[in-house]
Design a protein around this ligand. Structure first.
Ligand SMILES: Nc1ncnc2c1ncn2[C@@H]1O[C@H](COP(=O)(O)OP(=O)(O)OP(=O)(O)O)[C@@H](O)[C@H]1O
Ligand SMILES: [Mg+2]
Length: 258
């Protein structure tokens, strides 16, 4: 059975793609078959971080040019990737029907992965919310900035009120220290739980680091079998805590519905 995990945020630019790509690499290194879906439609850039330029993307599938299995790029034995494409206007304006077509289609794959990570666009727009609601688990990335807090709160409030989602994993990115990361989580949790009956789980932090920045500039993801840096370890630690995030059973259509 596949566990699908949406990586989301309220505010843009907080590190969703960085985290989705490196978590996918971390799971694959642990020999867990993983599929990374870049669903930040119109703004897709996970392929840049992976240092690849896939021939086909989700756009080819949506327009009917290609079956889903043909838009999947195999990166190694355990890691597959679907690019969100760069046909900006087309994919940004997906209809409900097209979104449902994407979500439903994964069930037809012959080889279902153990994990599917979905890099979802920032904010509480319908497209992001639909992909979020269709995943088993949701991870919200926040930084210590007040704007990130406020936007993440708005995202969780919308998910809770409009989609009845209650369980969220929280990752603190660009943390100045592990202690600060935990303090930031505690602060965010006390705000969110004061007003909403939600269940937030702190599953780790990524340090604010030049190495993370450089990995994007050089188009080489950080996590690899040879890299034992603190940054790489923090991604591995988060991947080992994914099981702590509880599923949302909200009765909407799901990826890999059986
Ligand atoms: N832990 C980190 N330390 C330092 N810089 C970071 C870290 N994580 C991300 N960044 C920086 O933040 C920028 C945005 O990261 P990323 O593209 O992963 O965010 P995003 O949430 O996916 O953005 P978008 O909302 O545009 O999709 C990157 O270019 C990178 O330089
Ligand atoms: Mg992104």
């Amino acid at each position: 059975m596949t566990t699908t995990i949406a990586i989301t945020s309220g505010k843009g630019g907080v590190g969703k793609t960085t985290i989705a790509v490196n978590l996918a690499l971390s799971l694959a290194l642990q020999k867990k078959e993983t599929l990374l879906l870049d669903a930040d439609l119109g703004m897709a850039n996970a392929h840049i971080l992976l240092g690849i330029n896939p021939k086909f993307s989700l756009d080819d599938f949506v327009t009917g040019n290609m079956p889903l299995n043909k838009v999947i790029t195999t990166l190694d034995n355990n890691l597959k990737f679907v690019s969100g494409g760069n046909a900006i206007n087309r994919l940004l304006n997906l209809s409900d029907l097209e979104r449902h077509k994407i979500i439903k289609s994964f069930n037809d794959l012959n080889n279902k992965p153990e994990f599917m990570l979905i890099d979802v666009g920032a904010g509480a727009e319908t497209s992001s919310m639909t992909f979020m609601a269709s995943a088993d688990k949701v991870i919200v990335v926040i930084t210590g900035e007040p704007t990130s807090f406020i936007d993440a709160y708005t995202l969780i409030k919308t998910a809770f009120l409009d989609y009845k989602m209650i369980n969220f994993g929280i990752v603190i990115n660009m943390a100045s220290s592990p202690i600060h990361a935990k303090l930031n989580f505690d602060k965010f949790q006390s705000i969110a739980q004061k007003f909403l009956d939600v269940n937030l789980k702190f599953i780790g932090h990524i340090p604010n680091s030049q190495k993370v920045k450089n990995s994007i500039i050089s188009r080489t993801a950080l996590v690899s079998s040879k890299n034992n840096s603190p940054e790489s370890k923090s991604f591995n630690e988060i991947s080992s805590k994914l099981s702590l995030v509880e599923k949302n059973n909200i009765g909407t259509i799901k990826f890999f519905d059986i």
